[in-house]
Design a protein around this ligand. Structure first.
Ligand SMILES: [Zn+2]
Length: 363
């Protein structure tokens, strides 16, 4: 028992008593290294439970800052954290919970530039992101580097969870390409407790996997529907056409476009929102509302927001948007749609209000 201090022995006693974990399992947790990608709704229960369980080495990565609207579900944060980086806040919270473990935090988004080194040094990756590009990046690099990872996602009252190991089917077997029109929970709404439930399932599978307890979710997709509390398990099959699984020597291609679509809502294919959704969108924290009409039109009537006439948009917008998505409006939706495509072409996240002010007033 030389590997544990008396404090650790007391702290993890309920694990050590548990058949299937014991001293051996707890030591495996202590020496394990995990990468948690995303410190939001899923990352909160994942990181808290893994830290509490004595997971010895945790690396957190998230480039976002805490917003008021996050507090409805991201239970690692409190009101004083608003405006601060999520990974750094989570690191502080985990060290308060367990000072015996090593917690590192990276205040950046996972990208093709930083992902491979991080994934190579992890025994297990937890995908606590809210977007497909990050998941494809995690999936591809985990497959190539023989690293298992646990996927989860939430949408309104539904969730999904799966453990992907290098030998079995992968995320691309399940979703060969990003679904068009998929919205993240920022856009579609989510029951506050749902990421807590799915994140707790991820943490459960992570602890079982790392302590060498048989995992029920390998090669299985767990579907959770909280509206009627229906849980369903689907066995996954390797897709013979999968670009990763069909190839004997899969190659990571950093220029793959799948990693670049930051958020499907900003894809060109769905670069507009309906007038009916205007009010909801315009109040979001991650949106900056911009009237792109001429001064005399704005003087006559406007829906608020910033005013940047279309011809000044490209030169003035960079300072204004920061990490937000520009929600552009004009009188009828034609000019704002053109302006939106211009911004998207410059990799600035933008949306146009279809039908413009005319349609909003009509409705
Ligand atoms: Zn595959």
């Amino acid at each position: 028992m030389a590997e544990f201090s008396q404090q650790e022995y007391l702290r993890y006693n309920r694990h050590i008593q548990l058949p299937g974990v014991g001293i051996d399992g707890q030591l495996k947790l202590k020496s394990a290294r995990v990468l948690i990608v995303g410190c939001g709704g899923l990352g909160a229960p994942v990181s808290l439970y893994l830290a509490a369980a004595g997971l010895g080495n945790i690396t957190l990565i998230d480039g976002d800052s805490v917003e008021l609207s996050n507090l409805q579900r991201q239970i690692t944060f409190s009101e004083k954290d608003i405006g601060k980086n999520k990974a750094l806040c989570t690191q502080q919270r985990l060290q308060q919970l367990n000072s015996d473990i090593q917690v590192d935090a990276i205040d950046q988004a996972l990208s093709v530039d930083n992902a491979e080194a991080l994934i190579q040094s992890a025994d297990l990756v937890l995908d606590c992101t809210d977007n497909f590009p990050a998941r494809y990046l995690i999936n591809d690099l985990c497959k190539i580097n023989d690293t298992p990872w646990i996927y989860a996602s939430v949408y309104q009252q539904s969730g999904q969870c799966a453990l992907f190991t290098p030998q079995e089917s992968c995320f691309r077997c399940l979703f060969p390409s990003p679904p068009k029109g998929e919205l993240d929970c920022n856009a579609a709404g989510v029951l506050g407790v749902l990421p807590g439930l799915l994140g707790t399932l991820q943490a459960t599978e992570a602890l079982k996997y790392l302590a060498d307890i048989p995992c029920s979710s390998v090669n299985t997709l767990l579907l959770v529907e909280t509206s009627d509390m229906h849980f369903q398990k689907i066995t996954l099959q390797k897709d013979s056409n999968c670009i990763l699984c069909s190839d004997d020597n899969p190659v990571f291609n950093p220029s793959n476009n799948d990693y670049k679509l930051h958020c499907s809502a900003a894809e060109k294919s769905i670069s507009s929102i309906s007038a009916a959704d205007f009010e909801q969108w315009s109040q979001r924290d991650d949106i900056i509302l911009i009237d792109i009409r001429e001064q005399h039109e704005r003087d006559a009537f406007n829906l608020g927001g910033e005013h940047i006439p279309a011809d000044q948009l490209l030169s003035s917008i960079a300072d204004k948007v920061e990490n937000k998505t520009a929600l552009l409006y004009c009188q009828s939706g034609v000019r704002s749609q053109k302006a939106c495509e211009l911004l998207l072409g410059k990799n600035i996240k933008a949306l146009s209000v279809a039908g413009g002010i005319t349609e909003i007033i009509r409705q």
